[in-house]
Design a protein around this ligand. Structure first.
Ligand code: NAD
Length: 447
């Protein structure tokens, strides 16, 4: 425990001492606003770290469990063993947060770790590769840089656990590589997160919360609301409210706002720009390839067959798809792969609960967007196409921990073991049944 705490505290020093460098690197990589980088790549990481340091002693402890009658003098417990050597592969959109949070849990659980940050955010990758090893024990923790070729080579090795964050397409490649060695893994993937806005809601509050979640980091957030489902009447009210929210946030020309990020690369820019032809442009729509700028954009009357509805947008575009009512919205959501996050806005709690009950998603947030990930007490992860496994807070520690079921029996009292040895007979079977049987609660034992 002392060793793990020392390494975690060193990670804390990395964050504190390199805070300014992190902000500068993420700004150079994608014009990430200081506020957004500070909140996600610094503050939320520090929260995970402090939560882990505050609780590690308790999480690491053996957990003693219930025992059967014949084992009352024995010890049955769960030992929290590390897996061994862990590989963490992360994406570029929150380039510190997405490798650091799993790294905290992997160290806390006692593993050795190789971190492979994204090659797309060059400045952050360089900062991590050069400075992180100065803080951690080089015998146990390493950073490997590179793109597909290097990752492919890395994956040929046998790891004891792989933690991957990225696209579902690459997730399948990682899972195939892991299967060769039967390596357990977590897949934190993406997809299209629906946001249903019911007719009964405070449209201005909903617009602000949706616009913030969609345009934060210029839409390059795995849990961003990807598209809105609402009635035609709500669409009418929502568009001016979204326009007002966007102007409040970024001024009359978002291109000049220091609080609006850029698209990370040319390839990603062209992909997102091609989605602008969906539906009709109600707000924004401007793009500048030189700056990799795409304005905060709202597309109205988007059809399910339009390009913007065929893939995860991962950019500052919000399509609105009109549905007749809540039931149609639920059918629309359930006809598609299960998303990483699902959002519902309504003043009527029954509507929020109804959508929650009749759908499935990695996470859920009623009357807001993104905020559920700020709680270390909630598990974060996908389901189906949006991923496998969960982390944050204690869930990260558990992810990197093998729960080893242990029974330590006393050497004596052989008489109580005799009923299980051959030669078997009916009387021994009766004794074994009495000693081992688990009864249903509430059943009358006299009958
Ligand atoms: P990506 O899948 O292209 O890349 C992720 C990582 O995988 C990078 O480090 C990359 O170098 C590596 N990689 C790429 N191709 C590889 C291959 N063939 N073999 C081995 N490794 C390979 O994803 P991205 O473009 O960096 O990130 C965007 C995606 O990540 C989106 O789909 C987004 O939703 C998802 N994402 C999910 C979460 C989450 O927590 N669930 C968080 C952020 C991003």
């Amino acid at each position: 425990m002392e060793y793990r705490i020392a390494q975690l505290e060193a990670l804390g020093r990395f964050l504190d001492e390199k805070k300014q460098d992190i902000m500068e690197a993420t700004a150079l990589d994608m014009h990430k606003p200081f506020f957004e980088a500070y909140f996600t790549d610094f503050l939320l990481c520090k929260n995970e770290l402090n939560d882990t340091l505050n609780n590690l002693c308790c999480w690491m402890k053996d957990e003693h469990v219930d025992k059967s009658l014949v084992m009352q003098l024995d010890s049955a417990f769960i030992r929290k063993d590390p897996y061994g050597v862990v590989l963490i592969i992360s994406p570029w959109n929150y380039p510190i947060h997405l490798f650091l949070v799993p790294l905290i849990g992997a160290i806390a659980a006692g593993n050795c770790v190789i971190v492979k940050p994204s090659e797309t955010t060059k400045h952050t990758e360089k900062l991590v590769a050069e400075s992180l090893p100065c803080y951690l024990d080089k015998d146990c923790y390493a950073v490997v840089t590179g793109a597909v070729e290097e990752s492919t080579k890395l994956l040929e090795n046998k790891f004891d656990y792989i933690f991957f964050t990225g696209s579902p397409r690459v997730g399948k490649i990682i899972m195939t590589a892991a299967a060769k060695h039967l390596t357990p893994l977590t897949l934190e993937l993406g997809g299209k997160n629906p946001c249903y806005i019911s007719d009964c809601c405070d449209v201005h509050n909903a617009a602000r919360r949706v616009a913030w979640g969609r345009f934060f980091n210029a839409g390059q957030t795995c849990i961003a609301p990807d598209y809105v489902l609402c009635s035609v009447e709500m669409q009418e009210k929502l568009i001016p409210a979204l326009r007002k929210a966007i102007t409040e946030f970024y001024g009359p020309n978002p291109k000049e706002s220091p609080d609006f990020a850029r698209i990370v690369g040319d390839k990603q820019f062209r992909r997102i720009q091609a989605l602008l032809c969906s539906g009709r442009v109600a707000i924004g729509g401007q793009a500048d390839e030189k700056e990799r700028y795409i304005a905060p954009t709202v597309l109205a009357d988007v059809k399910p067959s339009d390009p913007a509805m065929q893939e995860e947008i991962f950019g500052p575009i919000l399509p609105i798809v009109v549905v007749a009512n809540m039931d149609e919205a639920i059918d629309f959501i359930n006809a598609r792969p299960r998303p990483l996050a699902l959002y519902v806005f309504s003043c009527d709690n029954k509507v929020v609960n109804h959508v929650l009950e009749r759908t499935s998603s990695g996470g859920f947030c009623g009357n807001d967007t993104l905020m559920h990930v700020t709680l270390t007490s909630l598990p974060f992860g996908g389901i189906g196409n949006s991923g496998l496994g969960k982390y944050h807070g204690k869930f990260t520690f558990d992810t990197f921990t093998h729960y080893r079921g242990c029974l330590h029996r006393c050497m004596g009292l052989e008489a109580i073991n005799c009923p299980r040895y051959p030669p078997y007979n009916q009387q021994k079977l009766g004794l074994m049944t009495t000693a081992f049987e688990i009864k249903r609660k509430g059943m009358c034992t006299l009958l």
